[in-house]
Design a binder for this molecule. Structure first.
Ligand code: GTP
Ligand code: MG
Length: 611
């Protein structure tokens, strides 16, 4: 997954040929896309994972062919933003072939789309994906008969495991070879026209081509749903599993950080320092304290964050997320939102950017604005690094996971409080009906989970090479000048002191304030800045932090850091998704003020317990 994907806007102007993958959400379009283009885009067992147009290039019959993965479209009236993107694409870009991807295990509901497309005379190939699941459910499909009735090639495949995939690609290549002219799909509204004649035709096709099992097979999904969707313990079970996950991340993640620290310290002692020794001390300090210490301290959290993403990928791909949406829906309705908003909030745990983009599946405009406003309060993996760092330094080991879990709860509570207040404004009341389709539970594959973790490492390297270095160098600069100055006499110290009247009431000292200022670039910079400010790393840095910050200060700091102005990438996404500068400015200012008030309350409350 690209955690912080940027929207693809520039499609190559004149590819030799172009095919597009079209179908309902969660039918495996992106899985097929990944297999055919050999790439690693985001797939997940949740309808609405792809909300943008993704493109890849392959070679078929010696020709370059552009493959386009589209967001899923529902056979419903009215369009959400992701569906509008599909609509715009199909009405503007000529294609040579439309690949219609259907879920074979739900063929009764899906064949209609294929029929509509064929009725419009659009050159298409139909892929019946998830053949493995259809077989398990005892569904038999007479593929050849279906080909005759639809008058186009039909392939029964399993994109996830690869069965039937090669034949499908050969079929696509063959079809493309015969296609001499490209065509424009045009307006897709016609796909969804009410047409009683068509309905009859669908039924006739199904009668002839599909044999459903004589009795319903009780699937593993039914059994698991009996447990996870239980009306009484469904929700407690969810929170307990989250708590268990944080214990795991804490127990496994923290030791991994020490290993990383040991490696980077050794590289510094044996390689970097000897190389730098002939240079003037200011240059040495720049590379060692500014760049190296900052970036490696942040890097020491990479194993922990990768582990966290492994777990998130497994939850997402298993289908449990859709259950969480279902479980939380009734509660979310009180907040003017629905189950999807809860899931988006959870997706924000990885990175807020894709979660913000995920709001495109919401049709109701007020609900979408509200979601855009509260998703940045979701505790993303960069903030996770900051909190683990502070909590591990200040609080006893056994309390660590519980405090971390409380911060996740606070992230939800802070979001929902805002939603609750805003939903009382009459105009913000949404009445969009919410129908969640519960996909079957699917076993996450090792490959998928691994690629997701690897994607995170690459994403970190990308961020480290620009945002994180820039932030750390800026802090080094401010805390090293004017020449000869130290501590609070430096420019950075002066900025911190200047802001003291505002920040002291929430427990922050000038150094903490300074680190937060640069957290605006990327939240990881907050961790890097501690290393840069104190010129230490590893255990020495942890000790220094424990010495300079009280528990109450730590709590005020964490609460402020959780809620205040999000990072640059998130801000840019708020702007691009809301398409409103005013809303973006409001959202930034609002989070700043909100963070201050929450931090104030938590800091003073903590003072009652800690000195
Ligand atoms: N059992 C099985 N699962 C599959 C198959 N193909 C895809 N999946 C799973 O189905 C889920 C949805 O896959 P995606 O590729 O994200 O579906 P999509 O059509 O791109 O979904 P949207 O982007 O939301 O429209 C994922 O959990 C996949 O692992 C298959 O052939 N068999
Ligand atoms: Mg997709």
């Amino acid at each position: 997954m690209k955690t912080c994907h940027s929207p693809v806007t520039l499609l190559s102007p004149n590819p030799q040929k172009r095919i597009a993958l079209l179908g309902q959400p969660n039918t495996g379009k992106s899985t097929f896309f990944n297999r055919i283009t050999n790439s690693n885009t985001y797939v997940g067992n949740w309808p609405g994972i792809t909300v943008d147009i993704l493109q890849g290039e392959i070679t078929l019959n010696g020709e370059k062919v552009e493959v386009v993965d589209l967001p899923g479209i529902y056979d419903l009236h009215g369009f959400s933003e992701d569906e509008r993107i599909v609509k715009r694409f199909l009405s503007q870009f000529p294609l040579d072939l439309l690949v219609v991807i259907l879920n074979a295990s739900q063929i009764d509901r899906m064949v209609r789309l294929a029929l509509e497309i064929k009725a419009l005379g659009i050159p298409a190939v139909v892929i019946l994906n998830m053949a493995d699941e259809a077989r398990r459910l005892g569904i038999t499909i007479k593929r050849e008969r279906l080909e005759q009735l639809l008058d186009c090639p039909v392939y029964l495949i399993s994109a996830k495991y690869g069965r039937g995939f090669n034949q499908a690609v050969e079929g696509i290549a063959e079809y493309l070879a015969q296609q001499k002219e490209s065509f424009l799909v045009g307006d897709i509204d016609a796909f969804f026209d009410e047409n009683p004649l068509l309905e009859e035709k669908v039924q006739a096709i199904l009668r002839e081509t599909v044999i459903m099992p004589s009795e319903e097979i009780k699937t593993l999904t039914d059994v698991l749903d009996g447990i996870f969707l239980h009306p009484l313990w469904g929700i407690p079970l969810f929170f307990l599993s989250m708590l268990a996950i944080f214990f795991l991340i804490w127990q496994v993640g923290l030791p991994s950080q020490d290993v990383m620290d040991a490696i980077t310290t050794s590289i510094s002692n044996h390689i970097i320092q000897p190389i730098l020794s002939p240079f003037p001390s200011i240059l040495q300090s720049f590379f060692l304290d500014g760049v190296w210490l900052g970036v490696t301290t942040v890097a020491s959290f990479v194993p922990l964050i990768v582990l966290f993403f492994f777990v998130m990928a497994a939850i997402e791909d298993s289908g449990y997320l859709a259950r969480i949406a279902y479980l939380m829906d009734a509660f979310m309705a009180h907040l003017g939102l629905d189950g999807r908003a809860f899931v988006l909030q959870m997706m924000g745990f990885g990175c807020n950017v894709p979660a913000l983009m995920g709001t495109r599946i919401i049709r109701s405009q007020p609900m979408r604005w509200l979601s855009l406003l509260i998703i940045p309060f979701s505790l993303c993996s960069a903030r996770l690094a900051v909190f683990v760092f502070i909590i591990a330094a200040i609080f006893p080991q056994n309390l660590g996971p519980i405090i971390l879990f409380s911060l996740y709860l606070l992230s939800f509570i802070a979001s929902f409080l805002v939603a609750f207040i805003i939903s009382k404004i009459p105009d913000f009341k949404s009445n969009e009906p919410f129908v969640i389709e519960l996909p079957p539970y699917r076993l996450p594959t090792f490959k998928h989970v691994f690629l997701r973790g690897w994607g995170e490492v690459k994403e970190f390297l990308r961020r480290a090479s620009n945002f994180i270095i820039v932030g750390c160098v800026a802090i080094w600069f401010l805390t090293s000048f004017p020449p000869g100055a130290t501590g609070l006499d430096t420019w950075g110290g002066q900025i911190g002191i200047f802001l003291q009247p505002i920040m002291q009431p929430i427990g922050l000292d000038p150094y903490l304030t300074l680190s937060l200022i640069f957290g605006f670039i990327a939240k990881e910079v907050v961790v890097g800045s501690f290393a840069t400010i104190y010129g230490l790393n590893g255990a020495a840095l942890t000790q220094q932090i424990a010495f300079s910050i009280t528990p109450a200060q730590a709590i005020g700091f964490c609460v402020f850091c959780l809620l205040y102005t999000p990072c640059l990438s998130t801000t840019a996404t708020i702007k691009s998704e809301s398409k409103s500068t005013l809303f973006t400015i409001f959202s930034l200012l609002f989070s700043l003020v909100y963070a201050w008030f929450m931090a104030f309350i938590f800091y003073h409350f903590s003072l009652l317990f800690f000195h």
